[in-house]
Write a protein that binds this ligand. Structure first.
Ligand SMILES: [Zn+2]
Length: 149
């Protein structure tokens, strides 16, 4: 696809601002809150800076750093969320027409999350968008944790 149309590329290149701002960025990866925030606070998206559509298209550096960056971000999520999640999902689909770019949904599933919306059905969770101020506060806490080490 034309990468100009790709949502992940738009966010990585600063053409679309994610709520809360960029949470983490290094030479290979960027982490933001979901652009369309949805009802779950802390639903983050981890993606390579490059437009990559298949796991086997990652460079050696991207492949080597993926596990470490995922671990750090999930650790920060568990420390920063107002209530600790019962699970943190890592879901890679890249199925949306406007975003074939590899991106992992890192989703904190709370202990009280409705059973019928657990697992992949978490994408169907209904409810009002998380308040922007809550995302801003969480993003600040995550940035502080991720830049501390
Ligand atoms: Zn892209």
């Amino acid at each position: 696809m034309d990468t100009h149309q790709c949502l992940a590329c738009q966010v990585n290149e600063g053409r679309t601002a994610p709520p809360g701002g960029v949470i983490y960025r290094d030479r290979w990866w960027q982490v933001d809150h979901r652009v369309d925030p949805g009802p779950i606070l802390g639903w983050l998206v981890l993606k390579p800076l490059r437009h990559v559509e298949f796991l086997d298209a990652l460079t050696d550096d991207e492949a080597a750093t993926l596990g470490r960056v995922t671990r750090r971000v999930v650790g920060a999520m568990r420390a920063a969320l107002p209530s600790p999640p019962a699970k943190v999902y890592a879901l890679l689909l890249a199925e949306a027409a406007d975003c074939p770019h590899l991106h992992w949904h890192l989703v904190p599933r709370s202990a009280t999350h409705p059973r019928e919306f657990r697992g992949p059905r978490i994408f169907s969770t209904e409810g009002p968008d998380v308040p922007r101020a809550d995302i801003d506060a969480l993003a600040d806490r995550l940035r502080a944790l991720l830049h501390a080490d």
